[in-house]
Design a protein around this ligand. Structure first.
Ligand code: PLP
Length: 409
């Protein structure tokens, strides 16, 4: 026996093992994740990873400073390339790629726009809304009252008349849209008209559907009436983990942008921003085809799992218009005597990665190169490995190996 491995050697082995497993040996159906293009991934480990920059316009000890840090000659241009691409893709004249995550992008919009004591209307987690907007989380931190905007349709859809009635009844300061279980676009025009009529803002959390919006699918929030759109850059949008914010309203951006640094964060992680800029530029080039294939794949996967014995919600509505398929948890349990969490554990042992709450996402498998004609085979593997408890891991691995090169990159 040789010497005991050092902690560093163990760490290296763990990272290598993770990369081999999650990067090369499974099919990933998590709707919150995606695969970075090789160039976007390369920029994450560029020299930018350790650098600071803080553009400013101020006096210090009698000198005028345009940055707190030296050595920043390239960072401004990198940031501008990303911001310009974001403005073009999402149809707003103002954008920032600085928020460090989707959650922080939400804080970045909410804190400067809405004072303590403001009232929000937000979709509750029980209807697929984001947990961060539930009363104990962001509203508790920022001192807001939050009232539920019920999403009552199959799969958590907003009904236009019900939403408008709720806005008129509650008279909130802002309507906060967006879901973690997000299948269908919102009736934004009607919601925005009702909100603006009482002076309320419409804030659109696009965390889950940003990649679809970038590709011209799902909906076009800023053109349909949302005042500010923000979200994560790594779910259906295949960028690095991080956040983004876009608006077409200059007076709102002038409140938001100067309040980011020193309130919500300081350094904005410039390797991430270079990687995000690269992904935004890639999406300008190939995002339309990517987003369409993602949605086609979701619809095909929903149809296939539903027909193969794993019931999915919203059949009458075509199952989904996003990157997500939502299993009908009660129907799955009634049919197979097992919950979706236990099925997810079985799937994981057979190299099929999902979350434990019944969502299946098609972003990453679309990047690998799967198309709608592959979805019946994927559904068959899920059924055999899940309710059927069959060992399909070798078959999944062989299939995964047929897709060595990312598409849309
Ligand atoms: C709707 C929604 N908003 C915000 C977030 C938070 O995103 P992040 O993990 O990028 O902070 C999530 C996370 O899943 C989400 O589903």
């Amino acid at each position: 026996m040789g010497p005991a491995p050092t902690e560093e050697a163990r760490l290296a082995r763990l990272v290598r093992a993770h990369d081999r497993w999650r990067g090369k040996s499974v099919l990933n159906l998590l709707p919150s994740e995606n695969a970075l293009s090789p160039t976007a991934r390369k920029y994450l480990s560029s020299d930018l990873a350790g650098r600071y920059t803080l553009p400013l316009d101020s006096e210090f000890d009698g000198e005028h400073l345009d940055n707190s840090y030296g050595g920043t000659r390239y960072t401004d241009a990198i940031e501008k390339l990303g911001n310009d691409a974001a403005q073009r893709l999402f149809h707003g004249r103002f954008a920032t790629t600085r928020p460090l995550s989707g959650h922080i992008a939400a804080l970045s919009a909410l804190a400067p726009l809405l004072p303590r004591g403001s009232k929000l209307l937000a979709i509750p987690p029980s209807d697929g809304g984001y947990d961060g907007y539930a009363p104990g989380f962001i509203p508790a931190l920022l001192g807001y009252e939050v009232r539920p905007l019920p999403a009552t349709g199959p799969g958590g859809q907003l009904d236009a008349d019900a939403a408008v009635a709720e806005i008129r009844r509650e008279r909130p300061n802002a309507v906060l849209l967006g879901q973690s279980f997000f299948l269908f676009p919102y009736p934004l025009k009607a919601i925005a008209e009702a909100a603006h009529a009482i002076g309320a803002l419409v804030l659109y959390d696009a965390s889950h559907v940003l990649g679809l919006i970038a590709g011209g699918q799902f909906q076009d929030p800023l053109r349909e009436g949302a005042d500010v759109m923000f979200g994560s850059t790594h779910k259906s949008f295949p960028g690095p983990q991080g956040g983004i914010l876009v608006t077409d309203r200059e007076e709102l951006f002038q409140q938001i942008d100067p309040a980011l640094v020193w309130r919500v964060f300081d350094n904005a992680h410039w390797n991430r921003i270079a990687s995000l800029a690269q992904t935004l530029l890639e999406m300008e080039r190939v995002g339309g085809e990517y987003a369409k294939t993602v949605v086609d794949n979701s619809r095909a996967l929903a149809r296939a799992v539903h027909d193969a014995g794993l019931p999915a919600v919203a059949e009458a509505q075509g199952f989904t218009a996003s990157h997500q398929v939502l299993l009908d948890r009660a129907a799955v349990r009634a049919r197979h005597g097992v919950g979706v969490g236990a099925l997810a554990r079985r799937w994981e042992r057979q190299r099929l990665i999902t979350d434990l709450v019944g969502r299946l996402g098609t972003g990453e498998v679309t990047r690998l190169g799967l198309t709608p004609s592959d979805m019946p085979r994927l559904a068959d593997l899920l059924v055999r490995a899940g309710p059927g408890r069959q060992k399909v891991g070798a078959e999944v691995l062989a299939w995964r190996r047929q897709f060595p090169t990312l598409r849309f990159a």
